[in-house]
Design a protein around this ligand. Structure first.
Ligand code: ATP
Ligand code: MG
Length: 553
């Protein structure tokens, strides 16, 4: 069969938009053409719309030398990329071509489409266990699971790129795919060399489309990043997909949409932007039968307005948001995360009871402090007016120090909880978890019985009740409560025995009702508990509940 090619002619050019006549029946949205510029250079373009029987194309490169009457050839092949594990440690452009001067990239065996659909929702695995991201503020307060997608929302210069580089270096994943979309060209090299560094780059593939590149390149760079993530996920790897930034991806979509004649909807963003965002972000997540893509996407919020349309849309798609705040960065606490405005939607379900106890306690203290922050700073709050506020002030600086992390410092998941537990004076979840099976086997401890027996109505009993008590009371609180209860019991007991001494002759006390019999706080594991009053029977039970409960209340 003869080798022939379909082609049309350039019939108009406006800005980045090329109108091609003669191909309207042969092309569809997303098809590609090569426009032959004067001098023979081939400019690959994509069809973004149709008008008056002419195809509207946008270029992946410069339109220099393209004029009316230039040939536009239809490209048959679907845009695909053939990644392989040899791409690790390399930097590529939106077309998958190496741009790091380290020579050609070996092709993998399988073609991966650049614009794949996300796996069907019903066949995807559920999110995996917690992933150690190496940044303690996120590990402890905004725990992230394998396959989760989180947004990092911040204004310009608040620390997004540095935070991403920390995640790329310290996270305990298998592979990183990193998309730098619409970054300033100067910053890319600095970021790769200074922030990411050789050890971060060694387990990453970086896709770069700088701000001066055409919008189609910026859009494709974002899709290529996720495509590479899909390749490694299909190899059964846990992939961390980092993208800086989704906003610049949305801006590229806006340029494309406006050029095609779409009406601007919100802040100049066209309706197709909001349709395309989930198509990109939904591609991250757990795989069908193995592997996962955990996504962390930065969102540049213009003018620090966290409710601007892209931030709003992305927040709705993702499984959590980490808010970086300028006020926090200005007092030089990095990462400048405002915990009270940040959420991980997999919490608290992904945590143990003890971990949630720690997080709730610290969040409670921070929120109490923040509510009063203005008054405290101007000196209008008088120390001693409210014990809860005094306590929040006491812990505030320690929690702030905990949240700060230098970019050279890595902090593991377990270290984070241990440090937080130590500063709050609460049990370390790691130690507690190790001791838990033993405790269960030995029955309730001395303290456990006191908590359980003394306040069944207050705490609801069971593990949840014990956890709630731990939230409220540090070790010294418990000790005080126990002392108060013991005093109340002793008082009650002495009243009883003096009453009995009047009614019964000495020496006729039944077993367990002797004035010297141990109270509930000292019976230890052998204490029969409220539902089993022991050999003395209810009338002579050594540990009446009500006085203890009263004492606690
Ligand atoms: N963990 C950190 N430790 C110390 N300094 C930090 C840290 N994170 C950020 N910074 C400081 O904040 C500055 C800005 O950070 P970065 O470049 O990451 O901001 P950005 O939000 O990516 O900015 P842009 O919007 O311009 O891309 C850095 O130059 C650095 O001085
Ligand atoms: Mg940046």
């Amino acid at each position: 069969m003869a080798d022939y090619r379909l082609y049309g002619r350039v019939a108009g050019i406006l800005g980045l938009l090329v109108e091609v006549a003669g191909l309207d029946q042969a092309l569809s949205i997303g098809s590609r053409c090569a426009v032959i510029a004067r001098g023979g250079r081939r400019v690959v373009c994509e069809v973004i719309g149709f008008r008056n029987k002419r195809a509207l194309l946008m270029p992946f490169g410069s339109l220099e030398g393209v004029g009316l009457g230039c040939k536009a050839e239809v490209l048959e092949s679907e845009p695909v990329v053939r990644p392989s594990s040899a791409w690790l440690g390399r930097v590529v452009n939106a077309l998958g071509e190496p741009i790091d001067g380290k020579g050609p990239l070996p092709s993998g065996p399988l073609p991966y489409p650049l614009r794949a659909a996300p796996p069907p929702a019903h066949s995807r695995m559920r999110l995996g266990g917690k992933i150690d991201l190496g940044v303690r503020a996120i590990n402890t307060f905004l725990s992230c699971c394998k396959g989760q997608r989180m947004g990092i929302f911040a204004g310009s210069g608040v620390g997004k790129s540095v935070l991403l580089s920390m995640l790329a270096r310290y996270a305990k994943d298998d592979v990183n795919v990193i998309g730098l979309i619409g970054e300033r060209g100067r910053e890319v090299q600095e970021w790769l060399e200074d922030d990411l560094g050789p050890e971060g780059l060694a387990r990453s593939v970086v896709v770069v489309a700088t701000s001066d590149e055409p919008p189609l390149m910026r859009r494709q760079a974002a899709h290529l990043t996720v495509t590479l993530g899909e390749y490694f996920r299909d190899q059964g790897q846990d992939v961390l997909c980092l993208m800086d930034s989704v906003t610049r991806f949305a801006m590229a979509l806006r340029e494309i949409g406006l050029s095609a004649g779409e009406p601007p909807a919100s802040k100049g963003y066209t309706p197709s932007v909001f349709a395309e965002l989930p198509r990109l972000l939904e591609r991250a997540g757990p795989g069908v039968d193995r592997g996962s893509i955990t996504g962390l996407f930065t969102v540049l919020v213009e003018g620090d307005d966290h409710n601007e349309p892209i931030a709003d849309a992305v927040r709705g798609i993702l499984d959590g948001h980490i808010v970086l705040e300028r006020a926090v960065a200005e007092r030089h606490r990095f990462p400048a995360i405002n915990l009270l405005r940040s959420v991980s939607r997999t919490m608290p379900a992904c945590n143990s009871v003890n971990e949630n106890t720690l997080v709730d306690r610290a969040r409670g203290l921070l929120s109490t402090y923040e509510n009063m922050a203005e008054l405290i700073r101007i000196g209008a709050y008088k120390q001693g007016s409210d014990p809860a506020i005094d306590e929040a002030i006491h812990y505030y600086q320690a929690i702030e120090d905990f949240l700060g992390q230098r970019k050279e410092e890595c902090s593991t998941l377990a270290e984070g909880y241990t440090q937080l537990a130590a500063l709050l004076g609460l049990p370390d979840p790691a130690t507690e978890a190790a001791a838990a099976p033993e405790d269960e086997g030995a029955g309730p401890t001395d303290e456990g019985v006191a908590m359980h027996d003394a306040s069944p109505g207050l705490e609801g009993g069971g593990t949840a009740g014990a956890a709630a008590l731990r939230v409220r009371g540090r070790a010294e609180d418990l000790e005080k409560r126990r002392q108060r209860m013991t005093e109340a019991l002793n008082l009650r007991r002495s009243k009883k025995s003096s009453a009995r001494a009047e009614a019964v002759p000495e020496g006729s006390h039944p077993a367990g009702s002797s004035p010297d019999a141990p109270g509930p706080s000292s019976t230890g594991p052998s204490n029969p508990g409220p539902s089993n009053p022991g050999p003395g029977g209810p009338a002579d039970a050594p540990a009446p509940l009500e006085p203890g409960a009263e004492a606690i209340r």
